[in-house]
Design a protein around this ligand. Structure first.
Ligand code: BES
Ligand code: MN
Ligand code: ZN
Length: 514
């Protein structure tokens, strides 16, 4: 998995074998130093191949020349970077993925990045982004395949990126490595089958973060009962698997150390307040008594993508020693039909004291989040809470897989999330909340009901959550469309995306560190 790729940075030189990669814009000329390095025979071969393939240098298109003349490399790969005007907008992470996708079976790859086509950045940050893109592209979840294709058996790929200042690139790369590991950890959690990754196993994997200095606390059913998380427990009561809540704390702020993130930071200055991330962790969602149709039910192993993102994010923050106090809390349950399962018509008392009428046992994620959100604002008094959840099929109808649904009671937080989304290409699109939508989930028999029916399904789900945040600045990300079943991209060839790790790491880096 992450071990498939080893990236290093070096001064420009030609490799003795493997793939040599150069970048080319739509002017179809090579940067002068690159031309000089590879020599005239290889440059002529590129010109002939460009003509033969009608190569136009379009972004992420490519050209491959085997046994290139005058070079020891076994192949010479040209990757397009588009027109000069596009290059200011270049997504270097995506470009890194595109480069790796073009090198075929090569076990070593050298990219000449010290001088690119005009307008392309080639600084340390851009080089580190390329490396991150390659790392993410190389990820594959194949641990359950006992027969691997021959060409994969040999394992690791060595990548060398030629840059002007290898030391600076290496430094910039270290933070990206932490982020890449976080994304891949999230992907693996989402990809794991539900018989392996049940709530207890998920909690054990989250506890691995202790190695990085994260404080991890696992609340078992007895403890949850005592605290009063009856809405969360009601979801899990039909399963033979026990439910868990995991609290993760990273205290990286300067001086803040032990202070911030402590229970009920009463009177704490705003700067000392921790930031909090909450994840829906339904390890398998059968729908419960309101059972789902069987088509694609296997995808519901991914109904813990929100929780996976929170664990991946905490990994990234801790591994890059982010100067922030961050809390991650995940609610882990399995939603199953059973003689002991909750029924439509049941009324449960949530931790907040509000009573909830169960209309549909398949609207379970909001029950889990209701208790976790209330718990987090009550115990940690955070600066904000952001929850991630594969909450509604309706968000796929509204936004497809291009954007996560964003709901919030705080415009400033939305602005910050939107700019982090632009920077990382993990898109968010804000949808409305209002009193009129809220009314839809008033219950005949209890304070609130867990389903408002077909209309505005993602919004009424968010309105439900809003009743449990108690005026804390809050944003909800509905990632049912973006967290899994991802369309293939330059940086992801698999099913789980690890969506949100890069977005939220960026949010923290841009606004909550230092
Ligand atoms: N986990 C599902 C939502 C989901 C659907 C995630 C498709 C990923 C892909 C959620 O628990 C659910 O079942 N939601 C219901 C809510 C309804 C019963 C009010 C839905 O979306 O149909
Ligand atoms: Mn459901
Ligand atoms: Zn669900």
């Amino acid at each position: 998995m992450s071990e498939r790729l080893k990236v290093s940075f070096a001064a420009p030189s030609l490799p003795a074998s493997g793939a040599l990669v150069v970048l080319m814009g739509d002017d179809l000329t090579l940067p002068s130093s690159v031309h000089e390095m590879i020599g005239k025979p290889a440059a002529d071969a590129i010109a002939r191949a460009v003509a033969a393939e009608s190569f136009k240098g379009k972004a992420s298109s490519g050209l491959s020349i085997l046994a290139p003349p005058g070079l020891q490399a076994s192949r010479l790969v040209v990757v397009g970077v588009g027109g000069a005007s596009e290059r200011a907008e270049t997504d270097y992470v995506g470009l890194g993925g595109a480069v790796l996708g073009r090198v075929g079976k090569s076990k070593s790859v050298t990219l000449l990045f010290h001088e690119g086509p005009a307008g392309l950045r080639n600084d340390a940050e851009a080089a580190a982004d390329l490396a991150l893109g390659m790392t993410l592209r190389a990820y594959a979840f194949d641990k359950y395949k006992t027969k691997k294709p021959d060409d994969e058996a040999a394992g690791e790929v060595d990548v060398v990126i030629a840059v002007a200042d290898p030391k600076a690139a290496g430094k910039a790369h270290r933070a990206r490595e932490a982020i890449g590991e976080g994304v891949m950890l999230a992907r693996t959690l989402v990809n794991e089958p539900p018989n392996v990754l049940d709530p207890e196993e998920f909690a054990r994997r989250a506890a691995q973060l202790e190695k990085l200095g994260v404080e991890v606390e696992i609340l078992d059913e007895k403890k949850l009962e005592k605290i009063g998380m009856r809405a969360l427990l009601a979801v899990g009561q039909g399963s033979r698997k026990e439910s868990r809540v995991v609290v993760m704390r990273w205290n990286g702020a300067k001086g803040g150390g032990k202070e911030a993130g402590k229970d009920a930071g009463k009177g704490a200055k705003d700067g000392a307040k921790p930031v909090a991330f909450i994840g829906k962790g339904v390890c398998f969602d059968s729908g419960g008594i309101s059972i789902k149709p069987s088509a694609s039910m296997e995808d519901m192993k991914g109904d813990m993508a929100g929780a996976a993102c929170v664990v991946g994010l905490m990994h990234a923050l801790a591994a890059r020693k982010a100067k922030v106090n961050a809390i991650g809390v995940i609610g882990l349950v399995e939603n199953m039909p059973d003689g002991n399962a909750q029924r439509p018509g049941d009324i449960v008392r949530s931790l907040s004291g509000q009573t909830i009428e169960i209309i549909n046992t398949d609207a379970e994620g909001r029950l889990v989040l209701a208790d976790v959100l209330w718990y987090v604002q009550d115990r940690f008094k955070p600066a904000f809470m952001i929850d991630l959840a594969t909450l509604t099929g309706a968000v796929l109808v509204a936004l497809g897989q291009e954007n996560a649904g964003l709901f919030s009671n705080d415009d400033a937080l939305c602005e910050k999330l939107s700019s982090a989304a632009k920077a990382t290409k993990e898109g968010v699109w804000r949808l409305p909340l209002s009193a009129a939508y809220d009314k839809i989930i008033d219950s005949k028999f209890a304070d609130v009901k867990n389903s408002g029916g077909r209309h505005a399904g993602s919004i009424t789900a968010a309105q439900f959550l809003k009743r449990f945040v108690n005026d804390t600045p809050w944003a909800h990300l509905d990632i049912a469309g973006t967290g899994m079943g991802s369309p293939q991209s330059e940086t992801n060839r698999g099913w789980a995306s690890g969506w949100g790790v890069r977005l939220l790491d960026r949010l923290v880096a841009d606004h909550y560190e230092g």
